[in-house]
Write a protein that binds this ligand. Structure first.
Ligand code: IMP
Ligand code: MG
Length: 172
């Protein structure tokens, strides 16, 4: 296994998610909000975020794959698991671990918009704005980070490191 260096500690993540949860509860007057987590990277973020929103939420999961093995996107996006719920007329918040090129998210938003939700917004724990190829904007961002490959707190490299409590940079 490669070595890792802590970039954002578990405590910093927890505090920031607390702020985001309170902000979301203030911003959404209608209930419930449907939180849609993108598998697999967002599972841990979803679990903490859902508990930080002091309002009724519904939860669903969607699977897309854009990365093969390794650190760069293949550019091709596929739906690997669809939602269980219908989202027509609902306020949807897509929960993403990290926005990198924006290719996966722009594809996903296009797919979900065709189902006519009342609103659709994005929350991303991490954002690498330098790498953007598609113009996707998250209304809520946990942390902006530089162009480096990170793991932990749900994020993987070849399916490893998802269970780290901190967000870490993979050194080599
Ligand atoms: P995008 O389509 O390039 O924006 O890729 C987004 C997806 O790629 C994320 O949901 C992650 O699963 C993965 N990804 C992008 N950057 C990283 C990283 O630094 N570490 C781990 N996964 C990443
Ligand atoms: Mg991944």
């Amino acid at each position: 296994m490669a070595t890792t260096r802590v970039l954002i500690t578990a405590g910093e993540i927890e505090r920031r998610i607390g702020e985001l949860g309170r902000q979301i509860a203030e911003d959404y007057s209608k209930e419930p909000i449907i939180l849609i987590a993108i598998l697999k990277g967002a599972f841990m973020f979803l679990s903490d975020l859902a508990r930080a929103i002091p309002k009724p939420v519904r939860i669903d999961f969607i699977g897309i794959s854009s990365y093969g093995k390794g650190k760069t996107s293949s550019g091709e996006v596929r739906l690997t698991k669809d939602l269980d719920m219908t989202i027509e007329g609902a306020d949807v918040l897509v929960v993403e671990d990290i926005i990198d090129t924006g290719v996966s998210l722009s594809y996903l938003i296009h797919v979900l918009e065709q189902r006519r939700p009342r609103s659709i917004q994005v929350i991303a724990l991490l954002d690498k704005p330098e790498r953007r190829l598609r113009p996707v904007q998250a209304v809520y961002v946990g942390f902006k980070i530089a162009d480096q490959f990170v793991v932990g707190y749900g994020l993987d490299f070849d399916e490893e490191y998802r269970n780290l409590k901190d967000i870490c940079v993979l050194e080599s």
